[in-house]
Design a protein around this ligand. Structure first.
Ligand SMILES: Cc1ncc(COP(=O)(O)O)c(C=O)c1O
Length: 374
């Protein structure tokens, strides 16, 4: 037993007792320690399976020598590069330490105790966490049966106390997407006291003709759009996310943002990634989509029913008892997927789409796991 004095629990804000923290997928190093020699196929955290783009790796190496200096607090090189790419003013773009950081800042900026945030559920847990930390009211609304946000139900849940309404599309963990026309109608019908937030973390994986939050902003619509370099751009480890929104959004958030939220290596990598994207992104997206469909087919051949997905992951609802058993049986075989209870989807498994050989290993392990437990 340690003699160290224990923290006085009375010091902790009582509000935090009701906060459900985000439980991330388990890191590779931890799994390696636990599983020993079993080769590990990690399909649990929706990262892209490829390294950063070549120009980003060069930029990371070059930036390494300058890390005695603080980064640019405004992340202006990233904002300027995003502004040029999207034809949108840099002053209305905010860059953060991953979208996760921006979600927290968003909640801190807009939500006082008793204010309301409305979103569909199961969905991405950081909005719930960020809101409940501020003692705001978090109102969940069911998804539609296909795992996409039910925009009619969402609109109907808005009250005079609602300040933020969130649309995650493609939704994590289910992969469902809202239709562009439905999204436009939803935005038009929202009362003006509500700030709509469109989470497009998986935007790059959407098929042509899908919604595009930056296009909506360019048209002059009132919303916040959130995106990340963590998925298709392969920079999850460096943590770069960004958001764009109405005039005044950056100023509103500046009192609560960390001044040096985005480190200099990450900023350099993000700028170089945008430069290199035209050469690499289309191919990676095409491969991910093809691989997702192959994985879906393989899972269907095993009797599972993945929901249609437009992201780099699939969601399979196998029911509570089987989800735990399948997860454990896959883990013993070195294949790590993500049980989705933490997202509000009890009995579900979310499987990230990786490289073809990873799909092959998943499908073999899944066939064995199902045989073992059924
Ligand atoms: C829907 C959604 N939003 C936001 C994020 C956070 O992304 P970041 O890695 O930029 O913090 C994720 C990451 O999994 C996500 O799935």
């Amino acid at each position: 037993m340690s003699n160290a004095p224990h923290l006085d629990p009375a010091l902790i804000r009582p509000t935090l007792a009701s906060v459900q923290p985000y439980v991330p997928g388990r890191p590779l190093a931890e799994l390696r320690r636990e599983l020993g020699d079993v080769p590990i196929t990690k399909l649990a955290s929706n990262e892209g399976p490829y390294p950063p783009f070549p120009l980003a790796i060069d930029a990371i190496q070059r930036a390494a020598a300058e890390q005695n200096l603080y980064p640019d607090p405004g992340a202006w090189a990233v904002r300027d590069a995003l502004a040029e790419r999207h034809g949108f003013p840099a002053e209305r773009i905010v860059v953060g330490n991953g979208m996760d950081s921006l979600i927290k800042v968003l909640c801190m900026t807009f939500l006082d105790p008793g204010d309301e945030i409305v979103m569909c559920w199961p969905s991405f847990v950081s909005y719930r966490q960020g809101a409940t930390v501020e003692a705001a009211t978090w109102t969940p609304v069911p998804l539609d049966p296909g795992g996409a946000y039910d925009l009619d139900a969402l609109a109907a849940a808005v009250t005079p106390a609602t300040k933020i309404v969130v649309v995650v599309s493609p939704n994590n963990p289910t992969g469902g997407v809202v239709r562009d026309a439905d999204l436009r109608r939803f935005l038009e019908a929202l009362p003006p006291h509500v700030l709509p937030v469109l989470d497009e973390a998986y935007f790059e994986y959407l098929p042509p003709g899908s919604h595009d939050g930056m296009a909506l902003l360019r048209e002059g619509r009132y919303l916040v759009v959130m995106r990340t370099f963590s998925k298709a751009y392969g920079l999850a480890g460096l943590r770069v996310g960004w958001m764009a929104g109405p005039e005044g959004i950056a100023e509103a958030m500046s009192p609560v943002r960390n001044a040096f939220d985005v480190n200099a290596v990450a900023q350099a990598a993000a700028v170089a990634s945008l430069e290199d994207a035209p050469a690499h992104l289309p191919q990676r997206i095409a491969e991910a989509s093809a691989e997702r469909e192959r994985m879906a087919e393989g899972l269907r051949a095993l009797g599972l029913e993945p929901l249609p997905s437009s992201a780099n992951f699939l969601f399979v609802d196998v029911g509570d008892a089987e989800a735990k058993a399948i997860d454990a049986a896959l883990t013993r075989r070195g294949v790590i997927v993500r049980p989705t209870a933490g997202f509000g989807a009890h009995g579900g498994l979310r499987i990230t789409v990786g490289l073809p050989e990873q799909t092959d290993r998943l499908l073999v392990a899944m066939a064995e796991a199902l045989q073992e437990i059924r």
